[in-house]
Design a protein around this ligand. Structure first.
Ligand code: ZN
Length: 254
């Protein structure tokens, strides 16, 4: 499946140029938005297992819930209906998420997360009397697509478009996902725009519609967590998601 990014024999363009060319071609091929087709916005994790704990002691689920709400509002205001998935915090079955989205007629699946780092990089610290952990030196957004999703081309076109919009908004790409904590390689799908291949992510590989997972920023970085908690950063991220989905043909054009 990674053959889509390989140059034809005898054409000595550098890999980055091919990636850009491939992305442009894919973006142009993307299906035009169909009025009224909802985008599923999935709130990563759930109340019983809320994901990472931030540097200041807030769960990832809380951050995902808040950002997903802002993204949903932004898309809806711009004329793209949204189906929120997992927003009540009770959805333990990962496979049920894309299933519920597709049953509701969603044409695209976006899973919203906030990022942490491997255990080995976490440093203990105490804030307001509470022992917590943080890590410096990791920041920025990242996006993931699965080569097991049957609509990889469209997934990647949208992930690249969202990443490009986040970069235009001034956010850095998080570069620490090249190898998982179990040592599994996660190669770049589009390095410039912060998109990795992460084939076994359940919500991506079991979706039959194009699907992308967004890590909006690193909540165990104290400085970035402060930024991620602001309405301004959430609005900036939501605007970039809308812009990207418009450019890849999933959201209604402005
Ligand atoms: Zn997560």
């Amino acid at each position: 499946m990674d053959g889509i990014l390989k140059p034809a024999a005898g054409l000595p363009l550098p890999a980055g140029a091919w990636r850009r060319a491939a992305w442009l071609a894919l973006a142009l091929m993307a299906t035009p938005a169909i009025a009224g087709v909802p985008v599923a916005v999935d709130v990563g994790h759930y109340l019983d297992k809320p994901g990472a704990t931030s540097a200041y002691g807030i769960t990832e689920f809380e951050y995902n819930h808040a950002l997903a709400g802002v993204i949903a509002a932004r898309l809806t205001t711009a004329g793209t209906p949204v189906r929120l998935i997992g927003h009540r915090g009770e959805m333990a079955d990962l496979r049920a998420r894309p299933r519920e989205a597709e049953a509701a007629g969603a044409g695209f699946f976006l899973s919203v997360h906030h990022d942490s780092v491997k255990e080995v990089y976490l440093q203990p610290w105490v804030w307001q009397g509470r022992p917590l952990r943080h890590a410096e030196g990791f920041a920025g957004f990242s996006l993931f697509v699965s080569r097991l999703n049957p609509r990889l081309d469209e997934s990647l076109a949208c992930a690249s478009a969202i990443g490009a919009a986040l970069r235009r908004a001034g956010l850095p790409v998080a570069t620490h996902h090249g190898v998982s904590s179990e040592g599994v390689a996660r190669p770049w799908a589009d390095e410039a725009n912060g998109v990795y291949f992460y084939d076994n992510l359940v919500v991506l590989k079991t979706a039959t519609v194009p699907a992308v997972l967004l890590e909006a920023g690193v909540i165990i970085n104290r400085d970035e967590e402060r930024a991620l908690a602001t309405p301004e950063r959430r609005a900036l991220t939501a605007d970039a998601v809308l812009d990207g989905l418009q450019r890849c043909g999933v959201a209604a054009a402005p």
